[in-house]
Write a protein that binds this ligand. Sequence first.
Ligand code: IMP
Ligand code: MG
Length: 175
Amino acid sequence: MNERQKEILFNRSVIQKRVQELADQISGDYTDGELIIVGILKGAFIFMADLIRAISIPCSVDFVRCASYGTGSESSGKIVMTKDIETSIKGRDVLIVEDIVDTGLTLKYLVGWLKERNPHSLKVCALIDKRRKRKVSFEADYVGFTVADGFLVGYGLDFNECYRFLPEIYVIKQL
Ligand code: IMP
Ligand code: MG
């Protein structure tokens, strides 16, 4: 793999502080019963792991995997579910956890997909809201960081499956 030039955007302490703030907000918003947290594989796995440990209410976890069959930095725009949840969410409070909202297509599709199972509530928590390339209107209920544009890696985010393991979030300077 060619090492790409990248620069740090959010360091560990900034991420940790923001994750705790989101967790406090979420814990305060759900007061009765158990929350089902649905993570979108693979990008959300590190954020989700930190978030659930910072939340002070009981929760269970499940995962979906959505492929948009894009490579590199461009999504194809056509979303396909390649792994569904394994929990019944009917009548339950559900929080989707995602790494980045970019065009909005993935989350719009997934929210529609899960709503059909009649959860009691369905909200979205995104670590990063990347606003410039939005193709469909979509607003997450909880957002960690807002950026205009740029391709981000680290803390679960990848470029062609690289860089997920980095503890900080970087912006790639040249794709
Ligand atoms: P959307 O359907 O265009 O909103 O795409 C969201 C998905 O594209 C995210 O779940 C990411 O997997 C991927 N993605 C979008 N922007 C970035 C980025 O800057 N870094 C890494 N992955 C990204
Ligand atoms: Mg993703």
